[in-house]
Design a protein around this ligand. Structure first.
Ligand SMILES: Nc1ncnc2c1ncn2[C@@H]1O[C@H](COP(=O)(O)OP(=O)(O)OP(=O)(O)O)[C@@H](O)[C@H]1O
Ligand SMILES: [Mg+2]
Length: 378
């Protein structure tokens, strides 16, 4: 096994499409790293550079201790599950899983004829490896079938099996669960986490789904427009987003952003004044433009189980525009003096669409960003 290291790596397509922009990222040996970001931010390109399917325009890429910029894909000892995984339609599940192993171990017909004993031994090893992987993914009953006789989820697992069978130094997975239904996705997500725990193989996992990133990654690397925004453990990315982009991308419903001006220890956002957390360096900078970030779950209806005492600088009156009942919680779309604010509320909250109430913000949890740069200020 081995870690993967990007050192100032860029990839430019054509003249000016900077798909990956000066990426430096150290993926540790045995780590499960998730690359996450919106469509087109450069995730697949980064992954394809690790695989050797795309050449870096500049910078250095290491697998383990070796600089691999000039190493051909077949010599990198990685296995990749592609965004649009393709199985060989004319082969059975067994043959699909065994194919890569055979290609690697049985070096062509003439080699096999001249090394009969060794070839037989290798074939036995391949067979037991295929059986082992098929059991692990619960597709051992399906080995004789062809891809068209499988459900989407089963096909997905065959594609994973084909990658896993190889026991590579690094797994690269590009949205491998995108074609599964919600339930199967959650199930396979858990299977992949278990698999990583059992095999401990360095894994780089690409997704645009922030829930997948949060639940699967030991660390998450958030990208936007080819640029790495933040790389940290899920909890830190969530609680201490480096900038407004990360804050808005991670978390659902997304964080509320309210633009305002620093007044005396507050941020005036129009509808109300929000107290700045103690020790925030912006407290004294009267007149500075900032953006306050408030997660929907840090807003409470003041009349129901409100854990924060109401004060003038943490509360606001708002109309409930739309109320979505989700069972475990409610999502309320509030309007306060023209400002739109989303709140995740306790379902026992006594609020109704079309009516008003007073809401409170947990000021210890708010985020403040520089208006111009979007950088977090703490
Ligand atoms: N072969 C190519 N030639 C030119 N531009 C490309 C090529 N491949 C990717 N791009 C561009 O590079 C950028 C990054 O693409 P990439 O496929 O890495 O994004 P992604 O993050 O994987 O997106 P998605 O979530 O949609 O899969 C995009 O702007 C894309 O249009
Ligand atoms: Mg992609």
């Amino acid at each position: 096994m081995a870690g993967v290291r990007f050192q100032n790596v860029s990839k430019v397509f054509g003249k000016d499409v900077k798909a990956v922009d000066d990426l430096s990222l150290d993926i540790r040996d045995s780590e499960f790293m998730v690359l996450v970001g919106p469509s087109g931010c450069g995730k697949t390109t980064a992954l394809r550079m690790i695989a050797g399917l795309e050449e870096a325009t500049s910078g250095d890429l290491f697998i383990g201790e070796n600089r691999v910029n000039d190493v051909p894909p077949k010599d990198r000892d990685i296995a990749m599950v592609f965004q649009n995984y393709a199985l060989y339609p004319h082969m059975t599940v067994y043959e699909n899983i065994a194919f890569g192993l055979k290609l690697r171990e049985l070096k062509g017909f003439f080699w096999q004829v001249s090394h009969m004993g060794e070839a037989t031994q290798k074939k036995k090893e391949i067979d037991s490896r295929v059986q082992e992987v098929a059991k692990m993914l619960a597709i051992d009953q399906l080995l004789h079938r062809r891809p068209k006789e499988l459900s989407g989820g089963q096909r997905q697992r065959v594609a994973l099996g084909r990658a896993i069978a190889r026991k590579p130094r690094v797994f690269l997975m590009d949205e491998p669960l995108s074609n599964l239904d919600a339930k199967l996705r959650i199930q396979t997500r858990a299977e992949l986490i278990r698999l990583h725990r059992d095999l401990g193989i360095t894994t780089v996992y690409v997704t645009h789904d922030q829930v997948e990133a949060m639940t699967m990654g030991q660390r998450i690397a958030v990208m936007s427009n080819g640029v790495l925004q933040q790389c940290d453990e899920p909890e830190n990315v969530y609680n201490k987003p480096a900038n407004k982009f990360v804050a808005g991308f991670i978390g659902a419903p997304p964080m509320n952003f309210l633009d305002g001006t620093v007044t005396n220890g507050h941020v005036d956002v129009g509808a109300f004044k929000i107290g700045l957390p103690a020790g925030n360096p912006l407290k004294g900078q009267v007149g500075k433009k900032v953006t306050v970030g408030i997660r929907p779950e840090d807003i409470y209806d003041s009349t129901t189980n409100c854990p924060v005492p109401l004060t003038a600088e943490n509360s606001f009156d708002a109309q409930v525009d739309v109320l979505e009942k989700l069972g475990a919680e409610d999502t309320a779309y509030l309007v306060a003096d023209g400002l739109h604010i989303t709140a995740t509320l306790d379902p026992s909250a006594r609020i109704e669409a079309g009516k008003g109430s007073t809401f409170a913000v947990d000021l210890d949890k708010i985020h403040v960003f520089e208006f111009e740069t979007g950088m977090a200020v703490r």
